[in-house]
Design a protein around this ligand. Structure first.
Ligand SMILES: *Cc1c(COP(=O)(O)O)cnc(C)c1O
Length: 390
């Protein structure tokens, strides 16, 4: 790694592509640019083979069969396809209820809410103060016949890991489909669609050290889960997702999945060490610093921190050399407090004093130390000025 690379602590917004991913993609930009659906010539067939090998690598990461993987443009599309596709396919059936969580990514919340206009009944469950779903509340909601339960695996602001196996078992016992948005989980925690009982699972290349603009949706074959496609077109991806597959991106996603399967556990252990260095150093500098969300049921790279007296926006402005954000990349431009923290019961004023830190595969101990020193110094400077928020 370059010595003066930026201090990047925003791995929940996106991860840097692994150099091995870039190397795997390169020939499919430069040497063989063929359309992987052009199977009448040799270049097309080679591209198709590369796409199918990548599909198998994605399947292997989550304990699925390659035929259960639909390639998409990312987790936003996968989530839309899973939720709207399942609802619309079953529109004539009796089940109208769609259950999700208040802390979901906006693309899940908005997909479920949009379906109200098509006659479905969205139910958005609250979470506990630690960010976890109360299983009794889910069971209660499932007393009304339910079409789909969509609960994210790992939250993108707090890193909190939901009890997927228990949620999947409850959904199945009540005859509901279970979808999980695993964009933040793939590569960070082990994922097995059988153990989870997932019918549908979304993931995204750029959250797992792969390229941006590609993702996947797992669609269970036994018993077969049926979806209505979002796009009209050439009928690629078994009719579920028309459009030419971007072979270089798909190859990159496959390589990212291969690395995640082989090294994910090692990464998680190493990242936990860097996070401890960072947190210990911050706590030594900042009395009253608070971590939001469950600690044990959490990915190792995440810290969601509420700072005493100083606003997150002021801290970020004072720390131009550290790449950090106060919430999810898509909502942090808004002044509104995070819907995730609000759902966990944080008062608005505390939300505005909260930062999300995401460490990753390439974060070094020295960087963790350096980040803590910079953040600690900025906090001290701001906390001692009379303008500091009360
Ligand atoms: C990033 C993210 C998404 C969106 O994924 P894209 O591939 O960027 O569309 C969805 N859900 C979660 C939890 C995410 O972190």
């Amino acid at each position: 790694m370059r010595p003066n690379r930026p201090l990047y602590l925003d791995h929940h917004a996106t991860t840097p592509p692994d150099p091995r991913v870039l190397a795997a993609m390169r020939p499919w930009w430069e040497e063989n640019f063929a359309n992987p659906h052009s199977v009448e010539h040799a270049m097309g067939r080679a591209a198709e083979e590369a796409v199918e090998a990548a599909r198998a690598q994605v399947a292997a990461l989550i304990g699925a069969d390659a035929r259960e993987i639909v390639l998409t443009s990312g987790a936003t599309e996968s989530n839309n396809l899973a939720i709207k596709g399942a609802a619309r396919f079953h529109a004539a059936g009796g089940r109208k209820r769609l259950i999700t969580l208040a802390t979901e990514h906006k693309c899940v919340l908005e997909s479920v809410r949009d379906l109200a206009a098509e006659g479905f009944e969205p139910v958005v469950l609250p979470v506990r103060g630690d960010g976890l779903l109360d299983l009794a509340a889910l069971e209660e909601a499932l007393r009304v016949p339910t079409l789909l339960v969509s609960v994210m695996a790992v939250n993108n602001e707090t890193g909190v890991v939901q009890d997927l196996a228990a949620i999947g078992a409850l959904a199945r016992a009540h005859g509901a489909l279970f979808h999980t948005d695993a964009a933040q989980a793939a590569g960070r925690i082990p994922l097995d669609v059988e153990a989870i009982g997932a019918d549908l699972l979304s993931l995204s290349g750029h959250k797992m050290y792969g390229p941006k603009g590609v993702g996947a949706l797992y669609v269970r074959r036994r018993p077969r889960v049926r979806l209505a496609p979002l796009f009209s077109g050439g009928g690629q991806e078994r009719g579920l997702r028309s459009g030419t597959l971007p072979a270089p991106l798909v190859v990159g996603l496959g390589e990212a999945a291969r690395i995640a399967a082989a090294e994910g556990a090692l990464d998680a252990g190493r990242i936990a060490g860097q996070r401890q260095i960072l947190l210990d150093a911050l706590r030594a500098e900042i009395p009253g610093l608070r971590v939001n969300g469950a600690w044990e049921q959490r990915v190792t790279g995440n810290l969601n921190l509420t700072f005493p007296r100083v606003r997150a926006a002021d801290l970020l402005a004072a720390l131009p050399e550290v790449m950090l954000s106060s919430g999810s990349a898509c909502s942090s431009a808004e002044i509104a407090p995070s819907h995730v923290l609000t759902a966990m019961g944080l008062p608005r004023e505390e939300c505005l004093r909260t930062l999300r830190i995401g460490l990753g595969r390439f974060t070094s101990p020295a960087e963790a130390q350096q980040a803590a020193a910079l953040i600690g110094a900025a906090w001290k400077r701001l906390a001692s000025t009379p303008a500091a928020a009360e």
